[in-house]
Design a binder for this molecule. Structure first.
Ligand code: RET
Length: 256
């Protein structure tokens, strides 16, 4: 079997899409650690810790790819554009999204002042979205089944979007975090929609993009959906605004 680590290193586009993210996740982690030194309030700290975990998972995820541990060559079934040929699947991405995306949703749900049941539901839907996405990537027995998994994953994604677009904005407004939540919500929704688009166009879907371009597609989405997201969020939370620190949230004019 070919050495996957060498196959990655020899493909400059593919290798750079991986190593750039390890560096950026490390920088983001150091920035959060630096900015959050003075945060006293436990709610503000919990949100900050959740954002730190996003980068911790990211470093591990990209290390899995860099070392070749979570990449395999798969032979695509009949019907696929690359039928009968070997193509690289960076399946570790889908696996580790099950660990990183819950922290993004936890941070967003806490910012919105949502309740445990809703945050739990959004995270469960999200984990199933990632796991069925992993199944879509790894199924090689039938082309139709690959897309069936994709559709199932998309159905879970619609559930996640429901919380982001319908439930949490009104809670955030009531809590006094409406503006920042709105910014983070738009960033998240637009970036997250990019992932199924890249999957569909990439080497594992319609194969209109080669493996290096596909990987860069995900890497760019990751840079915005994880590091830019985290930085915007932590810069807001570190000021410990009352909307975050007060248990009920709703900040009255007199309380300020
Ligand atoms: C897949 C393919 C199947 C259909 C759908 C997908 C959605 C993936 C998403 C991923 C988000 C990942 C993030 C990672 C950060 O670490 C699995 C690509 C709907 C929305 C934000």
């Amino acid at each position: 079997m070919e050495n996957i680590y060498l196959a990655v290193i020899d493909d400059t586009a593919l290798a750079s899409s991986i190593y750039v993210n390890i560096a950026l996740a490390g920088i983001t982690l150091m920035l959060i650690a630096f900015w959050s030194r003075s945060i006293q309030n436990s709610r503000a700290r919990l949100i900050t810790y959740a954002t730190m975990m996003i980068s911790v998972v990211s470093i591990s995820s990209y290390m899995g790819l860099a070392s070749g541990l979570t990449i395999d060559t798969l032979v695509m079934p009949d019907g696929h554009a690359l039928a009968g040929q070997e193509t690289l699947s960076l399946w570790g991405r889908y696996l580790t999204w099950t660990l990183s995306t819950p922290f993004i949703l936890l941070a967003l749900g806490l910012m919105a002042g949502s309740t445990g049941d809703k945050i739990f539901s959004a995270i469960v839907l999200d984990v199933f979205m990632c796991l069925t996405g992993l199944a879509a990537a790894l199924t090689t027995s039938s082309y139709a089944m690959r897309w069936f998994w994709y559709l199932l994953s998309s159905a879970f994604f619609v559930g996640v979007l429901y919380y982001l677009l319908a439930e949490w904005p009104k809670e955030a407004k009531a809590k006094g975090t409406g503006n920042i939540f709105n910014t983070l919500k738009l960033l998240t929704v637009f970036m997250w929609i990019g992932y199924p688009v890249i999957w569909a166009l990439g080497n594992e879907g319609l194969a209109l993009l080669n493996v290096g371009v596909t990987s860069w597609g995900y890497s760019i989405l990751d840079i915005i959906a994880k590091y830019a997201f985290t930085i915007i969020l932590v810069l807001y939370v570190k000021k410990e605004p009352e909307a975050i620190t007060s248990p009920t949230g709703v900040v009255s004019a007199t309380a300020r």
